[in-house]
Design a protein around this ligand. Structure first.
Ligand code: SF4
Length: 182
């Protein structure tokens, strides 16, 4: 029987590692997709992209890389810059990246897609599923189930993966710095 193809939108290597492990065990024909124009500054984007390239090689999984369109992403979240993490800016951010993943899956002839975003304990999986609800080919994996995040920490240690200290955008970065000071 042929394997079911899936494109997995990956936010970063530490989150991708346990998701890849699970999907490979479940016999999916997996392709990773790095599409994260939300990440700022560009040096941080490059750091996360390079780390995912390293992980993809280690796990023997093909990787597709999207172009970096931060100005487009800023337009998608315009007016929501001062919202707190987990608020409406994040919903628009999920929609932006999931739309890119859906379009990429279609262009590659891959019948389904999903995202590693649900592994984070800081992200509500139901909000991510809702953001993807207009895509019938989206598979709603809730990767934080069965200690997914703990496994992410274990695999990060095993592979020596870089773990970032903030979600991704400039607004989450400045909020994190503010929280540390106060
Ligand atoms: S905090 Fe994270 S999820 Fe929310 S808008 Fe910024 S990068 Fe996107």
């Amino acid at each position: 029987m042929s394997k079911r193809k899936i494109l997995l939108h990956a936010c970063c290597a530490p989150c991708a590692a346990p998701c890849c492990e699970k999907l490979l065990k479940e016999n999916f024909d997996l392709t990773l997709f790095f599409s994260n124009s939300n990440i700022s500054p560009f040096s941080e984007y490059e750091k996360r992209r390079n780390e995912l390239e390293r992980l993809a090689k280690l796990m023997g999984v093909p990787l597709e890389i999207d172009s970096y369109e931060h100005e487009d992403w800023l337009r998608a979240v315009a007016g929501l810059e001062n919202e707190f993490e987990k608020g409406p800016r994040c919903t628009e951010c999920f929609k932006h990246n999931l739309r890119r993943a859906s379009e990429k899956a279609e262009s590659l002839g891959i019948e389904s897609f999903s995202t590693t975003l649900t592994i984070s304990p800081h992200k509500d999986s139901t909000v991510i599923f809702k953001a993807a609800s207009s895509y019938p080919c989206f598979i709603p994996f809730d990767f934080k189930k069965n200690n997914g995040f703990a496994r992410s920490i274990e695999l990060s240690r095993q592979f020596g993966l870089y773990r970032q200290g903030y979600c991704g955008c400039e607004f989450s970065n400045s909020q994190q710095a503010f929280n540390k000071k106060n």
